[in-house]
Design a protein around this ligand. Sequence first.
Ligand code: PGA
Length: 245
Amino acid sequence: MNVRILKDEKAVARAVAARVIATLAAKPTAVLGLPTGRTPVQFYARLRAEYAAGRVDFAQATTFNLDEFLGLSGDHPASYRAFMETHLFEHVNLPRRRIHFLNGVASDPVAECARYEAAIRRAGGIDLQILGIGSNGHIGFNEPGPGLIGDSHPARLAPGTRRSNADLFDGRVQAVPPNALSMGVGTILRSRAIVLVATGVGKAGVIKATVEGLVTTRVPASLLQLHGDVEVFLDGAAASKLLRH
Ligand code: PGA
């Protein structure tokens, strides 16, 4: 993995936005895989600013988001779709028809995941997948366990994941759906290039395990070691436990 340690969260957001802008400059029809969560908030703010300044064009781009809560429709205010509308989609010229999301209220969640996989394939695969990481090592909603599912699938959230999403539900952990739909680790690893982003000392331990530890389904992000084009963007705090950097 190619680790890049930057001064602070702002510098990380700038660098990740620059990576997206360079991808779209080289290939205006690029397919982007996008994350939600606290980590990418500044990155999306930066992308909006770059768009407003005329430095990036989404007119021919396609996006696939990583995951969505099961049971929430895209217009529910706590849905990841709503997050994306607020932080990016409402502000840029990304054609609505090329925005792709797992539908949390699909009547058949397994069929919905198969539809998503087929849509990714039809789009030609993901060129650049941006990822956050859970403090337990999850990517998307692929939680640590004895095994992982390769393709997009319905997933059960770890208790800590529900707690860290409580802010979306006015702080009420019990209101956080227990299940979600998520790209699988195979879906993620099939992306041509991957950028993993982490900031803050709370991620330092899991970043060490991801970058320097064993490849294990107990730390799903460690599977990224198997991919040939992964960049890890960190601030100093998230990098603080790395030995070799
Ligand atoms: P966070 O979540 O950015 O809110 O820390 C990351 C994740 O769980 O993937």
